[in-house]
Design a protein around this ligand. Structure first.
Ligand SMILES: NC(=O)c1ccc[n+]([C@@H]2O[C@H](COP(=O)([O-])OP(=O)(O)OC[C@H]3O[C@@H](n4cnc5c(N)ncnc54)[C@H](O)[C@@H]3O)[C@@H](O)[C@H]2O)c1
Ligand SMILES: [Zn+2]
Ligand SMILES: [Zn+2]
Length: 394
């Protein structure tokens, strides 16, 4: 089959690889019809290279049709239409029972000291072949895949794999008071959806922050007040000016470790990329070279006693945190990979009617054949041609 594979920094290709098959009675194999490119894939494309192996199959936002199931998968049958969550979870362990599917104890990558396995996401997360491919082996298929009805286009449902539950969790973790204010840093797919979900759930004021004009315009069209970072030296001041001088009740960081505007860290990351793989991996993980500029801005922009919810991915081990500021302002922090399955039952009703309250039907700006994946990655990373969300179609 054809699959999108990692070959090095900013080098992804479409290769022919062996077809996946059932390896365990809890597996299923699906034929993929649509599969998203995510901001998390851009981390693999750029800074997380030291954790990748040449030939790794990328992708974690797939949906498609069940081809074959293992003997213990009784809830699915060939022909079912399914969306596959990006984390692989069992549904019956201590963590899954508590709605912490991204920490699933059955699929945890214990030799790396990490949480649940993820599709297409480095050896830290199990090196499981991903979903930007014609076919996908889905482990723990007795629990993971979400059955969706035939009929509507894939766009209706495909974001259940990641964007929707990630945004939903980010908003839940932000604990926005009823009618309160929330700042969303980063208006990529995750931040856009956070802004929409926050308004849907009753936030009084959503302030979206980015530096890409069409992303700002899109958030504004969906009811957010926007701040263009290029127009302000001090983002905290700009937020306070909109929030009675106090700062926002809640702040969501939907940028993560590749924030624009931190040249020193950028330099370090480029240097690490030149090191031999093992040394590079060590430095990326242990030396904490994240670009923390957005996290710092979030700490500044939140009001005293407020909450910061991090959905942007961070990967450093010894990042310097301004503890005096966090302690003095009495800030709550809540973060992590989305526990996809936990939120699905709350989200599905919003995708079921003829209304489209979260605007998923026209959320993708580009739909490209799988073959064009290298172009898609480049376009999405460089934010060319108005690319905001790209779906690949095998
Ligand atoms: N927690 C999870 O489960 C989970 C799931 C999916 C994605 N993510 C993470 O969420 C983040 C966003 O993903 P995405 O798909 O929206 O990606 P994206 O790269 O399209 O979005 C990032 C946005 O941040 C903006 N940005 C960069 N620097 C900024 C700054 N200094 N101030 C304000 N905005 C800035 C960029 O212009 C871009 O629009 C990534 O870190 C991704 O890894 C986390
Ligand atoms: Zn994703
Ligand atoms: Zn589990």
């Amino acid at each position: 089959m054809k699959a999108v594979t990692w070959h090095g920094k900013r080098d992804v290709r479409v290769d022919t690889v062996p077809d996946p098959r059932i390896e365990s009675p809890t597996d299923a194999v699906i034929r993929i019809t649509s599969t998203g490119v995510c901001g998390s894939d851009l981390h693999l494309y750029e800074v997380l290279g030291p954790f990748m192996t040449e030939g790794d199959v990328l992708g974690h936002e797939p949906m498609g049709v069940v081809e074959e199931v293992g003997a213990e998968v009784t809830s699915l049958k060939p022909g079912d239409r399914v969306v596959v969550p990006f984390n692989i979870s069992c549904g019956h362990c201590f963590m899954c029972d508590r709605g912490l599917q991204s920490q699933c104890e059955t699929t945890q990558v214990t030799e790396q000291g990490k949480g649940a396995s993820l599709f297409g996401y480095t050896k830290l997360y199990g090196q499981v072949p991903g979903g930007q491919a014609e076919y996908l082996r889905v482990p723990q298929a007795q629990y993971g895949p979400i059955k969706v009805p035939d009929g509507p286009p894939d766009d209706r449902f495909v974001y259940l794999s990641d964007v929707l539950p990630t945004a939903w969790q980010a908003v839940e973790y932000a604990e926005i008071p009823a009618g309160g204010s929330v700042v969303v840093f980063g208006l990529g797919p995750i931040g856009q959806m956070c802004a929409r979900v926050a308004l849907h759930k009753g936030a009084g004021q959503v302030i979206g922050i980015d530096l890409v004009p069409e992303r700002l315009a899109r958030a504004e069209a969906h009811g957010a007040t926007v701040i263009d970072t290029r127009d302000h030296d001090d983002i905290g001041d700009a937020v306070r000016a909109l929030t009675a001088g106090r700062g926002a009740d809640s702040v969501i960081d939907a940028v993560g470790m590749e924030a624009h505007g931190a040249p020193a860290a950028r330099l370090t990351q480029n240097l690490v990329a030149l090191l031999p793989q093992a040394a590079g991996a060590l430095i990326t993980e242990k030396a904490g070279i994240d670009r923390l500029s957005v996290l710092y801005a979030a700490i500044d922009a939140v009001r005293r006693g407020g909450t910061i919810s991090l959905s942007g991915v961070y990967g450093g081990m010894i990042d310097p945190m301004p503890m005096m500021e966090l302690f003095d302002k009495q800030i709550r922090l809540h973060m992590g990979q989305a526990n996809v399955r936990r939120w699905i039952d709350e989200i599905v009703p919003l995708l079921s009617g003829s209304e489209d309250p979260l605007g998923v039907d026209d959320f993708a700006t580009h739909r490209l054949p799988l073959q064009d994946a290298p172009k898609a990655y480049e376009m999405f990373q460089k934010k060319q041609h108005g690319a905001q969300k790209i779906l690949l179609q095998p």
